[in-house]
Design a protein around this ligand. Structure first.
Ligand SMILES: *Cc1c(COP(=O)(O)O)cnc(C)c1O
Length: 239
Protein backbone atom coordinates (compact mmCIF):
# COMPACT_ATOMS: atom_id res chain seq x y z
CA UNK A 1 0.00 0.00 0.00
CA UNK A 2 1.37 3.40 -0.90
CA UNK A 3 1.14 6.04 1.76
CA UNK A 4 -1.13 9.04 1.48
CA UNK A 5 1.65 11.53 0.81
CA UNK A 6 2.90 9.51 -2.17
CA UNK A 7 -0.62 9.08 -3.49
CA UNK A 8 -1.30 12.83 -3.31
CA UNK A 9 2.08 13.62 -4.89
CA UNK A 10 1.35 11.28 -7.82
CA UNK A 11 -2.15 12.67 -8.31
CA UNK A 12 -0.85 16.24 -8.17
CA UNK A 13 1.80 15.39 -10.77
CA UNK A 14 -0.88 14.01 -13.12
CA UNK A 15 -3.07 17.10 -12.69
CA UNK A 16 -0.05 19.34 -13.20
CA UNK A 17 0.73 17.48 -16.43
CA UNK A 18 -2.86 18.01 -17.65
CA UNK A 19 -2.72 21.74 -16.89
CA UNK A 20 0.68 22.13 -18.56
CA UNK A 21 -0.43 20.25 -21.68
CA UNK A 22 -3.64 22.25 -21.96
CA UNK A 23 -1.68 25.50 -21.57
CA UNK A 24 0.84 24.44 -24.20
CA UNK A 25 -1.92 23.39 -26.62
CA UNK A 26 -3.65 26.75 -26.15
CA UNK A 27 -0.44 28.78 -26.44
CA UNK A 28 -0.81 29.97 -22.85
CA UNK A 29 1.84 30.34 -20.17
CA UNK A 30 1.61 27.75 -17.39
CA UNK A 31 1.72 30.64 -14.90
CA UNK A 32 -1.55 32.01 -16.30
CA UNK A 33 -3.46 29.21 -14.61
CA UNK A 34 -3.71 28.73 -10.84
CA UNK A 35 -4.55 25.31 -9.42
CA UNK A 36 -7.00 25.38 -6.52
CA UNK A 37 -7.33 22.00 -4.80
CA UNK A 38 -10.86 21.39 -3.49
CA UNK A 39 -10.37 19.63 -0.14
CA UNK A 40 -14.06 19.26 0.84
CA UNK A 41 -14.86 16.03 2.75
CA UNK A 42 -11.10 15.37 3.24
CA UNK A 43 -9.33 15.93 6.58
CA UNK A 44 -6.99 18.69 7.69
CA UNK A 45 -4.15 16.14 7.58
CA UNK A 46 -4.56 16.00 3.78
CA UNK A 47 -4.53 19.80 3.57
CA UNK A 48 -1.25 19.75 5.52
CA UNK A 49 0.28 17.19 3.12
CA UNK A 50 -0.86 19.24 0.13
CA UNK A 51 0.79 22.35 1.57
CA UNK A 52 4.03 20.36 2.05
CA UNK A 53 3.77 19.27 -1.59
CA UNK A 54 3.63 22.89 -2.72
CA UNK A 55 -0.11 23.54 -3.05
CA UNK A 56 -0.89 27.17 -2.19
CA UNK A 57 -4.64 27.41 -2.93
CA UNK A 58 -7.34 25.23 -1.39
CA UNK A 59 -11.15 25.43 -1.60
CA UNK A 60 -14.08 24.32 0.53
CA UNK A 61 -17.83 24.42 -0.07
CA UNK A 62 -19.41 24.00 3.39
CA UNK A 63 -18.65 26.39 6.22
CA UNK A 64 -19.37 23.77 8.91
CA UNK A 65 -16.48 21.63 7.63
CA UNK A 66 -14.25 24.43 6.40
CA UNK A 67 -14.11 26.62 9.52
CA UNK A 68 -12.54 24.00 11.84
CA UNK A 69 -10.27 22.71 9.06
CA UNK A 70 -8.98 26.19 8.26
CA UNK A 71 -8.40 26.79 11.98
CA UNK A 72 -6.33 23.58 12.23
CA UNK A 73 -4.29 24.69 9.21
CA UNK A 74 -3.89 28.35 10.19
CA UNK A 75 -0.10 27.96 10.39
CA UNK A 76 0.18 26.93 6.70
CA UNK A 77 0.93 29.35 3.83
CA UNK A 78 -2.42 28.74 2.10
CA UNK A 79 -5.04 30.86 0.36
CA UNK A 80 -8.55 29.65 1.15
CA UNK A 81 -11.32 29.86 -1.44
CA UNK A 82 -15.01 29.42 -0.62
CA UNK A 83 -16.79 27.83 -3.59
CA UNK A 84 -20.13 26.59 -2.17
CA UNK A 85 -23.59 28.07 -2.03
CA UNK A 86 -23.43 30.65 0.71
CA UNK A 87 -26.15 31.48 3.24
CA UNK A 88 -26.10 35.01 4.62
CA UNK A 89 -25.94 33.67 8.20
CA UNK A 90 -22.63 31.92 7.40
CA UNK A 91 -20.94 34.94 5.85
CA UNK A 92 -19.26 36.16 9.01
CA UNK A 93 -17.75 32.76 9.72
CA UNK A 94 -16.59 32.30 6.11
CA UNK A 95 -14.79 35.64 6.15
CA UNK A 96 -12.88 34.39 9.19
CA UNK A 97 -10.73 32.26 6.85
CA UNK A 98 -11.68 32.75 3.18
CA UNK A 99 -9.47 34.97 1.05
CA UNK A 100 -11.72 34.66 -2.01
CA UNK A 101 -15.47 33.97 -2.25
CA UNK A 102 -16.40 32.36 -5.61
CA UNK A 103 -20.15 32.12 -5.16
CA UNK A 104 -21.68 35.60 -5.06
CA UNK A 105 -25.04 35.30 -6.83
CA UNK A 106 -27.48 37.75 -5.25
CA UNK A 107 -27.72 41.28 -3.86
CA UNK A 108 -28.47 40.19 -0.29
CA UNK A 109 -25.19 38.30 -0.25
CA UNK A 110 -23.28 41.41 -1.38
CA UNK A 111 -24.80 43.37 1.49
CA UNK A 112 -24.04 40.65 4.05
CA UNK A 113 -20.47 40.16 2.78
CA UNK A 114 -19.81 43.89 2.87
CA UNK A 115 -21.04 44.22 6.45
CA UNK A 116 -18.88 41.28 7.55
CA UNK A 117 -15.81 42.50 5.62
CA UNK A 118 -16.03 45.96 7.17
CA UNK A 119 -16.46 44.46 10.62
CA UNK A 120 -13.38 42.29 10.06
CA UNK A 121 -11.42 45.22 8.61
CA UNK A 122 -10.81 43.26 5.40
CA UNK A 123 -10.87 43.68 1.62
CA UNK A 124 -12.37 40.50 0.16
CA UNK A 125 -12.08 39.34 -3.45
CA UNK A 126 -15.49 38.24 -4.73
CA UNK A 127 -16.32 36.25 -7.84
CA UNK A 128 -19.79 36.25 -9.32
CA UNK A 129 -21.05 32.71 -9.88
CA UNK A 130 -22.74 32.42 -13.27
CA UNK A 131 -25.46 29.80 -13.88
CA UNK A 132 -25.32 29.23 -17.62
CA UNK A 133 -28.55 27.20 -17.41
CA UNK A 134 -30.58 29.81 -15.51
CA UNK A 135 -33.35 31.77 -17.19
CA UNK A 136 -32.97 35.52 -17.57
CA UNK A 137 -33.19 37.21 -14.18
CA UNK A 138 -33.19 33.90 -12.26
CA UNK A 139 -30.71 31.86 -10.24
CA UNK A 140 -29.55 28.31 -10.94
CA UNK A 141 -30.50 25.28 -8.86
CA UNK A 142 -26.90 24.83 -7.78
CA UNK A 143 -26.41 28.55 -7.20
CA UNK A 144 -25.26 31.19 -9.63
CA UNK A 145 -26.99 34.06 -11.34
CA UNK A 146 -28.18 34.10 -14.96
CA UNK A 147 -25.66 35.83 -17.27
CA UNK A 148 -27.80 38.97 -17.57
CA UNK A 149 -27.59 39.46 -13.79
CA UNK A 150 -23.79 39.82 -13.80
CA UNK A 151 -23.45 43.59 -14.48
CA UNK A 152 -25.74 44.60 -11.63
CA UNK A 153 -23.91 42.38 -9.14
CA UNK A 154 -20.51 43.59 -10.36
CA UNK A 155 -21.51 47.21 -9.89
CA UNK A 156 -22.83 46.40 -6.41
CA UNK A 157 -19.56 44.65 -5.47
CA UNK A 158 -17.54 47.62 -6.74
CA UNK A 159 -19.65 50.02 -4.70
CA UNK A 160 -19.67 47.89 -1.54
CA UNK A 161 -17.21 48.74 1.19
CA UNK A 162 -14.72 45.94 1.91
CA UNK A 163 -15.41 44.01 -1.31
CA UNK A 164 -13.72 43.86 -4.72
CA UNK A 165 -15.29 42.42 -7.88
CA UNK A 166 -12.55 39.96 -8.87
CA UNK A 167 -14.13 38.00 -11.72
CA UNK A 168 -16.44 35.09 -12.53
CA UNK A 169 -16.96 31.46 -11.55
CA UNK A 170 -19.05 28.74 -13.12
CA UNK A 171 -19.76 25.02 -12.92
CA UNK A 172 -20.43 23.38 -16.29
CA UNK A 173 -24.22 23.00 -16.43
CA UNK A 174 -25.92 19.57 -16.41
CA UNK A 175 -29.12 20.98 -17.97
CA UNK A 176 -30.09 23.57 -20.55
CA UNK A 177 -28.43 24.46 -23.84
CA UNK A 178 -24.90 23.82 -22.53
CA UNK A 179 -25.52 20.37 -21.04
CA UNK A 180 -22.77 18.06 -22.33
CA UNK A 181 -21.12 20.99 -24.17
CA UNK A 182 -18.44 21.87 -21.66
CA UNK A 183 -16.15 23.74 -24.04
CA UNK A 184 -19.02 25.83 -25.39
CA UNK A 185 -20.09 26.61 -21.82
CA UNK A 186 -16.60 27.82 -20.89
CA UNK A 187 -16.35 29.85 -24.12
CA UNK A 188 -19.63 31.54 -23.14
CA UNK A 189 -18.22 32.29 -19.68
CA UNK A 190 -15.17 33.93 -21.33
CA UNK A 191 -17.50 36.13 -23.38
CA UNK A 192 -19.28 37.22 -20.22
CA UNK A 193 -15.87 37.86 -18.65
CA UNK A 194 -14.90 40.14 -21.55
CA UNK A 195 -18.05 42.19 -20.91
CA UNK A 196 -17.35 42.32 -17.19
CA UNK A 197 -13.73 43.45 -17.70
CA UNK A 198 -14.88 46.30 -19.96
CA UNK A 199 -16.67 47.79 -16.95
CA UNK A 200 -14.34 46.48 -14.20
CA UNK A 201 -10.85 45.87 -15.64
CA UNK A 202 -9.46 44.34 -12.43
CA UNK A 203 -12.21 41.68 -12.33
CA UNK A 204 -10.09 39.35 -14.45
CA UNK A 205 -10.29 36.02 -12.62
CA UNK A 206 -12.12 33.23 -14.43
CA UNK A 207 -12.72 30.23 -12.16
CA UNK A 208 -13.84 27.27 -14.25
CA UNK A 209 -12.98 23.62 -14.70
CA UNK A 210 -13.02 20.70 -12.28
CA UNK A 211 -11.45 17.21 -12.38
CA UNK A 212 -13.48 16.10 -15.39
CA UNK A 213 -13.22 19.23 -17.51
CA UNK A 214 -10.21 21.30 -16.44
CA UNK A 215 -8.61 20.76 -19.86
CA UNK A 216 -11.54 22.43 -21.63
CA UNK A 217 -11.50 25.25 -19.10
CA UNK A 218 -7.80 25.97 -19.66
CA UNK A 219 -8.33 25.82 -23.43
CA UNK A 220 -11.16 28.36 -23.15
CA UNK A 221 -9.07 30.75 -21.01
CA UNK A 222 -9.78 29.99 -17.34
CA UNK A 223 -7.33 31.57 -14.90
CA UNK A 224 -8.26 29.28 -11.97
CA UNK A 225 -9.21 25.59 -12.03
CA UNK A 226 -10.88 23.93 -9.03
CA UNK A 227 -9.79 20.32 -8.78
CA UNK A 228 -10.99 17.91 -6.09
CA UNK A 229 -11.27 14.19 -6.85
CA UNK A 230 -8.39 14.06 -9.36
CA UNK A 231 -6.04 15.04 -6.52
CA UNK A 232 -7.67 13.61 -3.38
CA UNK A 233 -9.62 10.64 -4.76
CA UNK A 234 -13.30 10.02 -5.32
CA UNK A 235 -15.24 11.48 -2.42
CA UNK A 236 -16.85 8.96 -0.05
CA UNK A 237 -20.07 10.98 -0.01
CA UNK A 238 -21.71 13.76 -1.97
CA UNK A 239 -20.14 17.07 -1.07
C1 LIG B 1 -16.46 19.85 -5.49
C2 LIG B 1 -16.27 21.05 -6.32
C3 LIG B 1 -15.23 21.12 -7.25
C4 LIG B 1 -14.25 19.98 -7.50
O1 LIG B 1 -14.91 18.92 -8.14
P1 LIG B 1 -14.11 17.60 -8.63
O2 LIG B 1 -15.00 17.02 -9.64
O3 LIG B 1 -13.95 16.75 -7.41
O4 LIG B 1 -12.82 18.06 -9.17
C5 LIG B 1 -15.10 22.29 -7.98
N1 LIG B 1 -15.94 23.33 -7.82
C6 LIG B 1 -16.96 23.30 -6.94
C7 LIG B 1 -17.85 24.48 -6.82
C8 LIG B 1 -17.16 22.16 -6.16
O5 LIG B 1 -18.18 22.14 -5.29
Amino acid sequence: MTDRRTELAENLARVEERISSACAAAGRERDDVTLIVVTKTYPASDVRLLAELGVRHVAENRDQDAAPKAAECADLPLNWHFVGQLQTNKVRSVLGYADVVHSVDRMRLVTALSTAAVRAGREVDCLIQVALDAESGARGERGGVAPDGVPELADALAAAEGLRPAGLMTVAPLAGPYAGRTRAAFDRLMEISTGLRAAHPAANMVSAGMSADLDDAVAAGATHVRVGSAVLGVRPRLG
